[in-house]
Design a protein around this ligand. Structure first.
Ligand code: PLP
Length: 385
């Protein structure tokens, strides 16, 4: 097989003329920080998810921080989460003085195993943070039912899940809190950015105040015509507000969400066709309930050889890859602070998973090239193994 000349990355944002026009218009409008475009972006997210409120923030990490904080989670509290998640969630829990309590996942989908949640609930548990891994929804009915029974809040990590639906409901629409990411690798991007969706009027005020220094009115309201620049602060807050420049990009990206996710889904089907019969490689499983997958990641599991070797070979073919994720319970600081947890399914998956290139502007031929390269790599491994 001939090696391609240009590098095929894991992911690349799709920015077209609509996005450039939208951002240019914002720049020309002379209002570039949090203002009317953030409001529009938030309203569009309410419509998408069906949640009563949407609060834009600088990242999903900031969104998770605010969500945990607004619930009063801190010293001595416990938060249940899979270890197969991005470290940002564990960092935020830890930095608030709380403790992450890890539960195992389903090996095939890498999603939280809802059946293992209840055994980890104690009197200190305050919240459950499921992840919609790679864009496949976690089993939300089961999780919400457990949370209701134990009076716990669910914060969905929906970083991968713009466009993900569970039994017809968009994630973030189940009555809890959800946090989305608009990092450039995600299904839509604002450069960096995030959104919190939720349905609680009390929380709404708290989230907005914590998002902006602890001040109740944002700059748009204070500096607009007839605005009141005075303020008082009841509780110190952060500087986590999104800008209108970012929202302009986000609004234009959101308009293209269906197009993006449709293309992602086609590419995923091509991968499944191209790799389905391959020995030494496992394809991602699909959740057993009705859902719409956002096709954010295509995570395979390498059986036939060491993952490090497989990654080296992919590089030789000029193909990028990602690792979602190193298991959090095995991170050095997590083991040191919280002790060792045993999570057999997470550990079984953790050493084998690898994300292959997937982004809307990929050509069918790019997928064929990756499949061809994977076939050659595995064939050679078998011959020499
Ligand atoms: C599952 C998951 N949660 C949270 C995050 C954090 O998102 P952000 O980079 O917007 O803070 C990421 C980002 O990669 C993620 O993959």
């Amino acid at each position: 097989m001939k090696i391609r000349e240009n590098f095929l990355p894991l992911n690349r944002p799709s920015i077209g003329s609509a996005e450039i026009a939208s951002v240019t218009e914002c720049l020309k409008s002379q209002w570039i920080t949090t203002g009317p475009l953030c409001k529009t972006f938030e309203e569009r997210f309410q419509t998408l998810t069906g949640a009563r409120h949407a609060v834009s923030v600088v990242s999903a990490t900031a969104g998770m921080h605010l969500a945990l904080m607004s619930l009063g989670i801190g010293q001595g509290d416990e938060v249940i989460t899979p270890s197969m998640t991005f470290a940002s969630t564990i960092n935020m829990i830890t930095l608030l003085g709380a403790k992450p309590i890890f539960v195992d996942i389903h090996y095939d989908t890498l999603n939280i195993d809802a059946d293992s949640i209840e055994a980890r609930i104690t009197s200190r548990t305050k919240a459950i943070v499921p992840v919609h891994f790679g864009g496949a929804p976690a089993d939300m009915i089961r999780i919400m039912e457990i949370a209701d029974r134990h009076h716990l809040i669910v914060i969905e990590d929906a970083a991968h899940a713009v466009g993900t639906r569970y039994r017809g409901t968009h994630v973030g629409g189940f009555g809890g809190i959800a946090v989305f990411s608009f990092h450039p690798l995600k299904n839509i991007t604002t450069g960096e950015g995030g959104m919190i969706t939720h349905c609680n009027d009390f929380l709404e005020k708290k989230l907005r105040v914590l998002r902006f220094h602890g001040i109740e009115r944002d700059a748009w309201k204070r500096y607009g015509k007839g605005g009141n620049p005075e303020y008082d602060i009841e509780e110190p807050g952060y500087k986590y507000n999104l800008t209108d420049i970012q929202a302009a990009l986000g609004i234009a990206q959101l308009e293209r969400l269906e197009e993006f996710n449709q293309r992602r889904s086609e590419l995923m089907s091509l991968y499944r066709e191209g790799l389905g019969d391959m020995e030494g490689l496992e394809l991602p499983g699909d959740p057993p309930y009705p859902h719409t997958h956002s096709c954010h990641l295509f995570v395979v599991k390498i059986q036939a050889m060491e993952r490090s070797q497989f990654m080296e070979r992919l590089s030789e073919y000029n193909i990028g890859y990602g690792l979602h994720f190193p298991a959090c319970h095995l991170l050095r600081y997590v083991k040191t602070r919280f002790g060792v947890t045993s999570l057999p399914e997470t550990e079984r998956a953790a050493g084998r998973i690898l994300s292959l290139p997937l982004f809307p502007d990929m050509a069918d031929d790019d997928v064929a090239y990756v499949c061809g390269a994977v076939r050659e790599i595995l064939k050679r491994a078998k011959k020499h193994g």
